[in-house]
Ligand binder design. Structure first.
Ligand code: NI
Ligand code: MN
Length: 228
């Protein structure tokens, strides 16, 4: 079963797996790299990796309009429940849950997770999705480099989406090391060029990946898609 990945800029992503529409970390309306507004996006599932504003800001608007199931950790789930979102599911790091689109495992991420009002947002996570035909998509989400990325890569990753922006997450050098640990077939860089402190050369990074690894690197502009 083919899947389509869409980069909306910064840390916001779309996936279409069969008929299932998934949005990861919806941040559209104040995201300088997104060509679309939250009003224009459809979703059946919203996955939330951690509590930072640039990952949760448009969750409520998207969930309320579309009726999508919001999947996050339990602390973030509680926070959205208090805001009136009822269709939610809390998952914990290390556990995988079967959903109609495939298995979703929350993975370790080395990052904070405070919510915008200062509430405890639990532990930051990455997301590992395994489709029915065993294609694996790994969103590292906001994280520093960590050696156990090698374990995440062990099963064979079709597509890894990795931050390269530096400042808040891995920068280009560490993200190249991450590619070497994960050994995905394909990689897309994200979480860069959103603001001046995240300025990075995505094309140069992609060249370094293809020179030093066997991974194919795809540099996408906000709104561009790839089908695998
Ligand atoms: Ni963050
Ligand atoms: Mn972020």
């Amino acid at each position: 079963m083919a899947f389509t990945y869409t980069y909306y800029g910064h840390g916001t992503h779309g996936l279409k797996i069969g008929e299932h529409k998934i949005v990861i970390d919806p941040y559209f309306n104040n995201n300088p790299s997104s060509p679309v507004k939250v009003e224009d996006v459809e979703a059946d599932y919203i996955l939330v990796s951690h509590g930072h504003n640039d990952h949760v800001e448009d969750v409520e608007a998207l969930a309320k309009r579309t009726g999508a199931l919001v999947i996050s950790n339990n602390k973030i789930e509680d926070w959205f429940n208090k805001k009136g979102l009822e269709k939610t599911l809390g998952q914990m790091i290390g556990g995988k849950v079967s959903h109609p689109f495939g298995y979703l495992k929350f993975t370790y991420a080395l990052h904070g997770s405070d919510l915008p009002d200062g509430s405890n947002g639990g532990m930051a996570a990455g997301l590992l999705i395994t489709t029915e035909d065993k294609q694996r998509i790994y969103f590292a989400c906001d994280t520093a480099l960590f050696g156990d990325m090698r374990l995440i890569g062990d099963a064979g990753i079709t597509l890894a989406v990795l931050p390269i922006g530096d400042y808040f997450t891995m920068g280009p050098e560490d993200a190249l090391k991450a590619v070497k640990l994960i050994e995905p077939k394909n990689v897309v860089p994200c979480h860069y060029n959103t603001w001046p402190q995240l300025a990075q050369d995505g094309e140069a990074w992609a060249k370094s990946v293809e020179k030093e690894t066997r991974t194919k690197a795809h540099v996408l502009k906000g709104g561009e898609s790839l089908t695998f």
